[in-house]
Design a protein around this ligand. Structure first.
Ligand SMILES: Cc1ncc(COP(=O)(O)O)c(C=O)c1O
Length: 449
């Protein structure tokens, strides 16, 4: 049953997980392989706005947005209505044109920089990466892709080939991958050996090292540089503005396309509609997903006219891509995000949370670094402020303590599994955001004693 009144706070009525949740967890353990990431054992039944109710009627505050999907909040009434109405009409139309796909493409072109004049509507984020790599190779006639340490672009083979964190279980044992990928360091002031002690020069040092890698490790056949504005999986590491501007300039000067992967960083998440708008740069190809619909699987690749013109019929499409159901919902979602000024809300509440997390950092030595942009944060936890030795065990324990108190967070991220990711739906109020921070602080206090 839907609840229509916003709860004032989390409500935990059973031991966690509760009995009905435990039953379903047992079914999952019997019939599913352990292939998905391990999250706290909440079995979602109902979600509305920033509140999630589990199978046992326990209510949690959501600091996850699913995984940065529900930017407009869970079950937004306008999106529910769009889904209900469209379900009564056509749902899947394959590559046949339908009422909504061209309108979604038009809207995407309207809200992005004028150089991006065409949009392909697809299904998943990884699919946009595969597609962008294909297009970059076709258009430039070159084969190499520059990707970055720590990058995450998805779990299909092309996407895995450009993922960093190459020692992680998501990568090991699955290779070999696509040849022609050249890896360079992403500026990570807190940990990179290029930057530590030289934080002010992190952009220049990382860029110089990138140029050296291109000079010495590439075949000088670079089709594209593929980059995220902030690296989510590596621990919410935000690209410094000078560095990304230098990379964009380098692409222009060297005939390489700039592909920006904003599957995660777009649709208001960072306090602007698109993450790259913080950098005064324009991508040649732009990958979008997640928050594009706040709900059902939709993604898109936008590109410049000349580049997109190289595509031929049948070269890019998929069974579910651009179906009328998901296209309609994505279009409505974009209008919700714009009508409700959710980017501005993300910037405003993000600033409040940033202050709160920095106050927590002053109080708890375990918080080594606080990184945030709009409503996405990474709190990097360490055993020792000086050595910066990662503390993955405490990170895990804090997320678990928070769950027991009614706050849902995604499993630890980062190179060492020692970063807490905070990314609530962008409709969150200041009161709700601070309530989450209070719970998080209680959880930290419980773990560090
Ligand atoms: C930056 C980025 N790119 C691509 C992807 C892959 O998206 P999907 O899981 O929809 O394939 C993700 C998913 O987390 C992402 O964060």
């Amino acid at each position: 049953m839907k609840t229509s009144v916003r709860p004032r706070g989390p409500e935990i009525k059973t031991e966690l997980p509760g009995p009905r949740s435990r039953e379903l967890i047992a079914v999952s353990q019997q019939y599913e392989p352990q292939a998905a990431s391990e999250q706290v054992p909440i079995v979602w039944k109902h979600a509305e706005g920033v509140w999630v109710t589990d199978m046992d009627d326990n209510t949690f505050l959501d600091y996850t947005s699913g995984v940065l999907v529900a930017n407009a909040g869970h079950s937004h009434p306008r999106l529910v209505r769009a889904m209900q109405e469209q379900a009564e009409h056509a749902v899947n139309t394959y590559d046949f044109l339908n009422e909504w796909r061209p309108q979604l493409a038009q809207r995407l072109v309207e809200i992005t920089p004028p150089n991006l004049s065409r949009a392909i509507v697809l299904t998943t984020g990884a699919e946009t990466i595969e597609t962008a790599i294909k297009i970059a190779r076709l258009y430039t006639g070159k084969h190499e892709i520059v990707a970055f340490h720590g990058a995450f672009h998805g779990r299909t083979f092309g996407a895995m080939s450009v993922n960093g964190k190459r020692s992680s279980p998501g990568i090991r044992g699955f290779g070999p991958f696509l040849p022609g990928v050249v890896f360079a360091p992403f500026p990570y002031p807190y940990r990179s050996i290029l930057c530590r002690g030289h934080e002010d020069e992190c952009s220049e040092r990382s860029f110089e090292y990138f140029k050296w890698i291109v000079e010495t490790e590439s075949e000088k056949d670079i089709a594209a540089v593929l980059v995220e504005t902030y690296q989510g999986a590596a621990g919410s590491i935000i690209a410094p503005k000078p560095w990304l501007q230098m990379m964009a300039q380098w692409c222009k000067e060297n005939g390489a396309l700039l592909i920006i992967d904003e599957v995660q960083a777009s649709f208001g998440r960072t306090g602007k509609l698109f993450g790259f708008q913080h950098y005064d740069i324009e991508p040649n190809l732009l990958c979008l997903g997640k928050g594009i619909s706040s709900t059902v699987p939709v993604s898109a690749v936008l590109g410049e006219e000349d580049i997109m013109k190289t595509l031929t019929p049948g070269s890019v499409s998929s069974t579910h891509g651009g179906n009328s159901f998901s296209s309609r919902v994505a279009l409505e979602n974009i209008n919700v995000i714009l009508d409700e000024n959710l980017s501005d809300n993300a910037a405003r509440i993000g600033a409040v949370l940033d202050e709160r997390f920095r106050a927590m950092q002053r109080k708890y030595d375990i918080i080594g670094d606080v990184r945030g942009l709009g409503l996405v944060f990474g709190l990097e936890l360490v055993k020792d402020r000086e050595t910066r030795e990662p503390d993955p065990a405490a990170t895990h324990a804090i997320i678990d303590e928070a769950y027991q108190r009614g706050l849902v967070m995604i499993a630890p991220i980062g190179f060492y599994g020692n970063v807490i990711r905070i990314a609530p739906p962008l409709v969150i109020t200041e009161e709700e955001a601070l309530l989450g921070a209070d719970i998080l602080e209680e959880a930290i206090a419980a773990v560090v004693g």
